[in-house]
Design a protein around this ligand. Structure first.
Ligand code: CA
Length: 226
């Protein structure tokens, strides 16, 4: 189960976030200040930390800097207040993975959480390099090769391929791809998904018009056959 630590000193915000994330199926722990956060991060295995910047005892920046110094790579999303543009840059330099500006919508936050968790799962993949047809992909280094020649592949293409790979030999619906890859905010059409599949097929398939690897499942979606 995905375990998230919420670090937030404002009680309503902390309780509201906890309730909402638990409702989404996450296992949630909370900390009220920077020192408690540091203690909990050092003594637990979290999949993600939501870290407020303005905190009593130790700021979110200090917490972030310290856990990275410890060598802890847990993904961190900073919660920054409006107008703290400089803070955002600083936060990312200190090793945060993303930030969300207050006030934010729950939908926006959930989309960011999903995106950061997905990145984390790509990076921790045991076999980061895979070969499908003409395409060789290194998911950790975000590198792609067609017939052993390096080729440009967009971040979305990597994400879609990784998703299909995780569910290889099973049908993946367009709706699943839309909600899990794009999240709520971007709302592309199913046509967008089809366009990305065309791009992937052009790299993978010997004859993209008669695919052998990424098959169309009519009326549903796609299936990666390995
Ligand atoms: Ca605060």
């Amino acid at each position: 189960m995905t375990k998230i630590l919420i670090v937030e000193d404002e009680p309503n915000m902390r309780i509201g976030l906890k309730d909402n994330l638990e409702f989404e199926g996450y296992n949630v722990d909370v900390a009220e200040d920077g020192e408690e956060a540091l203690f909990k991060i050092r003594n637990n295995e979290y999949n993600l930390v939501l870290l407020d910047v303005m905190l009593p005892k130790k700021s979110g920046f200090d917490v972030c800097r310290t856990i990275r110094k410890d060598g802890n790579k847990v993904p961190v999303i900073l919660l920054t207040a409006k107008g703290e543009e400089i803070d955002k840059v600083l936060g990312l330099e200190l090793g945060a993975d993303d930030y969300v500006t207050k006030p934010f919508s729950l939908r926006e936050l959930l989309a960011r959480i999903k995106a950061v968790l997905r990145r984390g799962s790509i990076e921790s993949d045991d076999s980061p390099e895979i070969r499908i047809g003409n395409l060789k992909v290194d998911f950790t280094g975000y590198k792609a090769f067609v017939k052993d020649k390096e080729t440009q592949m967009s971040h979305k293409e990597f994400e879609i391929l990784h998703y299909l790979w995780d569910k290889r030999n099973n049908t993946v619906s367009r709706d699943d791809l839309l909600s899990d890859i794009w999240g709520y905010d971007e709302a592309p059409t199913t046509r967008t998904v089809d366009n990305f599949i065309v791009k992937l097929r052009n790299k993978i398939e010997k004859d993209p018009n008669h695919p052998q690897f990424i098959l169309t499942v009519h009326g549903v979606g796609y299936k990666l056959i390995i």
